[in-house]
Design a protein around this ligand. Structure first.
Ligand SMILES: Nc1ncnc2c1ncn2[C@@H]1O[C@H](COP(=O)(O)OP(=O)(O)OP(=O)(O)O)[C@@H](O)[C@H]1O
Ligand SMILES: [Mg+2]
Length: 331
């Protein structure tokens, strides 16, 4: 949760799991102002400064016209361990197998996606922002699996601390991505297990959100936070995010799983993607050898399902064929 001092406008970030009460008092360490903070609920308001700035055109938007044919999709859920990173990796690999030009953004300070792709000590979004005038394209690395990666590194943890006081901090990723949107059909963002600065940046850069969700009771509850965030962005800001739930880690033989699946379908209806990803040991094996499961074991259940997911995503969000001819990132 982001808290802004009502007096000096200093912003603070507070981990969601530390917030126990619906209402609590805090004191600004900069100006000593004491003020009341309300815990945001589902469908709650975004901070007013974000709403006010939503209609303002930033310098980056003036410089780089948006390419609406490039689809930006956040893979997000504040709950940890729901297969966000695994989905980002294998969806990227499956879309690139379909000759799509794909970029993945590791926007998680854990750097799991970067590690799974075998990259270490690479330059991250923090580095490109810190360098101020550098272009994003020089920070992208080509993976051996035919798609591109903007890595994460430990400095990503400083991003929120350093840049949250800046105006338009929530549009940093959207604005930087404008530089390369003409070169890709799909940009997938791997988000951290939180609903804060990083997820807000990812969502405001995205056309769609894929929310991975295992079929257990706690996951059903966990989605409501991200759903609330998306609803508020859709309703209060002139920015439409298409949310889809992806069932992950599904165990066909598990009776509880089937009951929860029915509840999820009842609650989210056609927002639930047709494709479900089963729990499959091959996924964990593939990660040891830094290879997406769609390449590691082409015929295992998870590989087939991730290819099917790519097909479904492409149907929902078609990429322009014409642009594929004009890429600066030739494969
Ligand atoms: N289909 C699957 N079958 C079996 N194991 C899986 C599958 N998908 C993911 N896993 C395993 O589940 C664990 C969590 O996956 P992953 O790291 O992708 O989740 P995450 O949501 O990105 O986690 P975090 O919130 O920490 O970023 C990993 O150990 C991964 O190998
Ligand atoms: Mg992850």
């Amino acid at each position: 949760m982001i808290i802004t001092c009502g007096n000096c406008r200093t912003k603070y970030q507070m981990a969601d799991n530390l917030i126990q009460k619906d209402e609590f008092r805090v004191r600004c360490t900069k100006c000593d102002h004491s003020f009341l903070v309300k815990k945001p609920g589902v469908g709650s308001e975004l901070p007013p400064h974000i709403k006010k700035r939503a209609s303002a055109i930033t310098a980056a938007q003036k410089r780089y016209p948006d390419n609406p044919n490039c689809k930006v999709i956040s893979i997000c859920n504040q709950k940890g361990g729901v297969a966000k990173t695994t989905t980002c990796l294998n969806l990227a690999a499956s879309l690139s197998m379909r000759n799509k030009r794909v970029l993945v953004i590791d926007f998680d300070i854990q750097s799991n996606l970067t590690l799974l792709l075998g990259h270490k000590d690479a330059r991250s979004f923090f580095d490109v922002i810190n360098a101020q005038d550098d272009s994003l394209s020089s920070y992208l690395v080509k993976t051996e699996h035919n798609f591109w990666l903007l890595p994460s590194n430990s400095k990503m943890a400083l991003l929120s601390k350093k840049h949250m006081p800046n105006e338009n901090f929530e549009y940093m990723l959207r604005d930087k991505l404008l530089e390369v949107k003409a070169d890709f059909d799909y940009i997938l963002i791997d988000s951290p297990p939180s609903g804060d600065f990083y997820t807000l940046n990812a969502l405001l850069a995205s056309n769609a959100a894929v929310v991975p969700m295992p079929c257990d009771y706690l996951s059903l509850n966990g989605v409501s936070h991200i759903e609330g965030m998306i609803n508020v962005i859709n309703e209060k800001i002139n920015h439409k995010i298409d949310m889809h739930v992806l069932i992950t880690l599904f165990e066909p033989g598990n009776t509880v799983g089937k009951v929860v699946l029915n509840q999820i379908r009842g609650k989210y209806g056609d927002k639930v993607l047709n494709t479900m990803i089963e729990k499959d040991q091959k996924v964990q094996e593939s990660q040891i050898v830094h290879t997406p499961v769609v390449f590691y074991s082409k015929e295992c259940a998870a590989a087939r399902q991730y290819r099917q997911l790519a097909n479904e995503i492409e149907t929902l969000f078609p990429a322009s064929e014409d642009l594929a001819q004009a890429s600066g990132y030739r494969y």
